[in-house]
Every structure is written in C-alpha cells, then in structure tokens.
Design a protein around this ligand. Structure first.
Ligand code: UDP
Length: 143
C-alpha cells in the first residue's frame, strides 16, 4: 500500500463538486485516511507550492488557492501516486483524457479542480503539510 495527497481545490468546493469528486476517487479504489476542509493562508499556500516559486504562474496560483476553502485528503491504495495522477488527468483539462476528473469538471489549466502528489517522497511531505500523525487513520480506521 502507498499514499498520496489529494486537494479538492477552491473551484471544486465553489462548484459544489466535493461529493462527485470524492465518489470518483472512492470508485477508483482509494481509501480515505484523513480529510478536512480548510481555508489556506497565503503562507501555507506558498509553503505548499514552494517548488513553483520561480514559475510565472506562481502569484496567480497562490491567489487561486487562497480564494476559498479547499479539502485536502490523504489517500491510500497500491501504486497510489501514479494511479491517482491517472484518474485526475493532465494539468490542462483540454489535454486530459476522457473520463478523468479534470476532463469532466475543470475549467482551465489553473482552475483544475484537484491536486495530486507527483512522487512518493512529495506525497509524504504534502500529507504532513496538512495532517499530524494522529489525524491519519491506520488501516483506513478499521481493526
Ligand atoms: N498551473 C497554472 N498554470 C500553468 C501550470 C500550472 O496555473 O501553466 C497551476 C495548476 O493549478 C496546477 C498547479 O499550478 O495544478 C501546479 O502545477 P503542476 O505543473 O505541478 O501541475 P499538477 O501536478 O497539478 O498537474
């Protein structure tokens, strides 16, 4: 089993798509280990996207990610990082495959509904950005 971090981004929350997107994720076999709804502060968003700080879209990305509440979710599945990237689709929804979350629901390359970690190492870092160890269920909460 491995883990990944998803964020249902502010456009997902604003469009009342939380339920639909979580259903899609669960139907693909992911188990939820932790989940919360929060409004990112500017500092927290900048920390989370630190690797993009030199990119031309960085300031706009921070404005978007702090524009309303979002829903970070720690997920578990075999091959979680890669399989989650498959079900969300390409960053730009215009280039995403049919049936992917971004193809179904995203507006454009910035407002693209959902985040997914891009490596196991980043998944671990990103999960700890949002959740303490105590908040993460072991074995999906079941004994
Ligand atoms: N983004 C953007 N403009 C771009 C590329 C990315 O606004 O040209 C935003 C978009 O919300 C994306 C996030 O920055 O999801 C992080 O970019 P990354 O390249 O890591 O894409 P992802 O891993 O989310 O597919």
């Amino acid at each position: 089993m491995s883990r990944t971090l998803a964020i249902l981004k502010p456009d997902c929350v604003r469009k009342n798509l939380i339920g639909k997107v979580i259903s899609h994720i669960q139907d693909a076999g992911f188990k939820i280990l932790a989940m919360k709804m929060i409004h990112l502060t500017e500092d927290s968003a900048k920390g989370f996207y630190e690797i993009h700080k030199e990119r031309p879209f960085f300031n706009e990305l921070i404005t978007y990610m702090t524009s309303g509440p979002c829903v970070p979710i720690a997920l578990e599945k075999e091959n979680a990082v890669e399989d989650f990237r498959k079900i969300i689709g390409a960053t730009d929804p215009a280039k995403a495959e049919e049936g992917t979350i971004r193809k179904l629901y995203a507006e454009n390359i910035q407002e693209n509904i959902v985040h997914g970690s891009d490596s196991d190492e980043n998944a671990a870092k990103e999960i700890s950005h949002f959740f303490s160890r105590k908040e993460i269920l072991e074995n999906n909460g079941w004994k």
